[in-house]
Structures are given as C-alpha cells and as structure tokens.
Ligand binder design. Structure first.
Ligand code: BT5
Length: 283
C-alpha cells in the first residue's frame, strides 16, 4: 500500500522549498528497488521513499540490510544529478550529509565518524549505511538512488561489524521522523555544495574531517585480496590511498577493518566496488 504523504513523516522546509517530495510505505521489499522502478516508469526525481519496514532490505554486494520497524529506511531518487562520470561521488555527498544529520541528533560527539566509503560509525559500531545504485534510462538520462538505513531504536548483531542505534547511544533525538527531517535538510545543503560535481574537493575535505581511522593501520578486503597498510587519505576520485610498507596503493573498492578481523572474514567478503556503484552501472 502506498500513502502519498504521511501524517507522521515530514521533509524539512528547505527540502520542500526545493521541490523534494515524500512517499511512505508501511512495508516494502526495498526502498531502493521502489525508487529504481519509479525511475524506469518515468518519475522526474527529487523523491524520498520511506518505509516503516523492509522485507528485502539490501546492503552492498548483495548483502542483507536488516530492516525491522522503528528504524529509518529511506531512498532518495535523483534524475541526472550530475554528469555520469561524477555520479559515484554521490556516495561521498551522502556520507557527509548523513554524518551532519546524525550529528544534529547526537550533538557534538567525536565518536561519530564516516568509514570509507560511506558508513557512519559511532564508537566504532555501525549506526547507518548507504547503498548507492544507478540505472541508465531509455531517455538517455541517469537515475541515481541513494539508499540510507539508520538504526534509530534497534540494531542487529551482524557478524561482519559491530552495530549500534541512536536510542542505545542515548541521543538527544532518536525518532526516525526527526532523523528524516534533518537528513532531507542536510542533503539540500551538501548537494548544493557539491554543485553537480563541480566542487567535489569541498565534499572530500569535509569527508576527511570526519573520517575514521585516518593515519592508522587498516585491513581492506579488496576484490583482488586483502591489503594491509596505513590509511593515508582518499584521492580526488574518492579512492582509498593506503601506504603498504612504503608502497602507495590506491583502492577503488573493498571493506575496511580497523582492528584485525575475525579469522576467515577477509576471505569471505564478496568482491565488488567500495563506492557501491557497480562497474555495469558506471558505464
Ligand atoms: C550498507 O551495506 O551498509 C548499505 C545499507 C543500505 C540500507 C538502506 S535501507 C534503505 C535502502 N533500501 C535498501 O534496500 N537498502 C538501503 P554494507 O556496507 O554492505 O553493509 C551490510 C552489512 O551490514 C551486512 O552484511 C551486515 O553485516 C550488516 N548489517 C545488516 N543490517 C544492519 C543494520 N540494520 N545495522 C547495522 N549493520 C547491519
């Protein structure tokens, strides 16, 4: 069932003023899948799709996003937000916008960090995740879908990473409608800064200000195997730059681990692009 506007859920005034709109589903397979379907059916974009629960919530690389009621499951559909080659940068714009929205909920807290490519951690535990997908439209346009899951009042105990939620942290604001208002406002702000890819440097600077693990030893489960080294920076394309025993490695994809991961985990992580946009989708 689709409710065109919710009595509970609202977008920020700044988002409404920029013609963003909201649809709300009590339950859905995946808000990202719904956004992609709407795009293929000709939707003009600037649409937030929010569900109370998802039955097929998706993470990156075909992984599951556990999606019980009470947390925020939202996808933002944008049509032609930038030239095609700049579209993968949206994952970093989303990471910065989500970090700011959650900072508004937490207040100042140095434990709130962005993990490459765009997870949000609190005290090292995963608070929110982002899944960026895109599809080429028959019209020749590009539909981009930014899917965001925020754990508001519960979190699972997944095997790969520790997790947390806003209520568990004890934040000022923890309700998903409060998070959505701040998220929709933060996207207006940071999409404007990005300026259709003209100012990715400003997004990169902001991302690096809040990055987890900079200058520390990390392990990256990359598509072609595990890489260990010091996390130096991200480059002008958002790729992770690793100093591996004096040799500089630039990684486009992978899962980052700050502490030695459990035995077998690195080998078990499925390969794929760290920026959440598949090679197929980038063409
Ligand atoms: C992500 O993938 O972090 C992207 C998550 C995006 C979810 C949103 S919800 C709205 C929209 N619609 C969708 O269908 N998806 C998007 P990844 O980095 O691959 O992390 C997935 C991994 O995180 C899983 O393999 C689990 O280990 C763990 N996990 C699953 N559910 C979680 C949760 N609710 N909280 C924390 N970790 C979780």
């Amino acid at each position: 069932m689709l409710i065109s506007s919710s009595t509970l859920l609202h977008l920020a005034e700044s988002a409404l003023a920029q013609a963003y709109r909201l649809t709300h589903h009590p339950q859905i397979g995946s808000t990202n899948d719904e956004a992609l379907s709407l795009a293929l059916a000709g939707h003009a974009g600037r649409l937030w799709i929010v569900a109370d629960a998802q039955t097929k919530g998706k993470g990156r690389l075909g992984r599951q996003w556990i999606s019980p009621p009470g947390n925020l499951y939202a996808s933002l559909l944008l049509i032609d937000p930038a030239p095609v080659q700049k579209a993968p940068e949206l994952g970093f714009v989303a990471g910065v916008a989500l970090w700011h929205a959650l900072r508004d909920c937490l207040g100042d807290d140095p434990r709130l960090e962005i993990k490459w490519p765009n997870d949000i951690l609190h005290a090292g535990a995963k608070l929110a995740g982002i899944l960026l997908e895109s599809t080429q439209l028959k019209s020749g346009g590009l539909a981009c879908v930014i899917g965001i899951g925020v754990n508001c009042n519960s979190h699972p105990e997944p095997a790969l990473y520790p997790a947390t939620d806003l209520a568990h942290i004890g934040t000022l604001l923890s309700q998903r409608d409060e998070v959505l208002i701040r998220l929709s406002a933060a996207f207006v702000t940071w999409l404007r800064v990005w300026d259709e890819g003209r100012h990715f440097a400003a997004i990169r600077d902001e991302w690096l200000t809040h990055a987890a693990g900079l200058g520390t030893p990390i392990s990256v489960a990359a598509p072609d195997g595990a890489r260990d080294g010091i996390f130096e920076t991200i480059d002008s394309n958002g790729r992770l730059v690793l100093n591996a025993g004096g040799k500089t490695l630039t990684l486009e994809a992978g899962d980052v681990f700050f502490a030695p991961p459990p035995i077998g985990v690195l080998a078990g992580v499925r390969s794929g692009l760290g920026d959440t946009m598949s090679r197929e989708e980038r063409r």
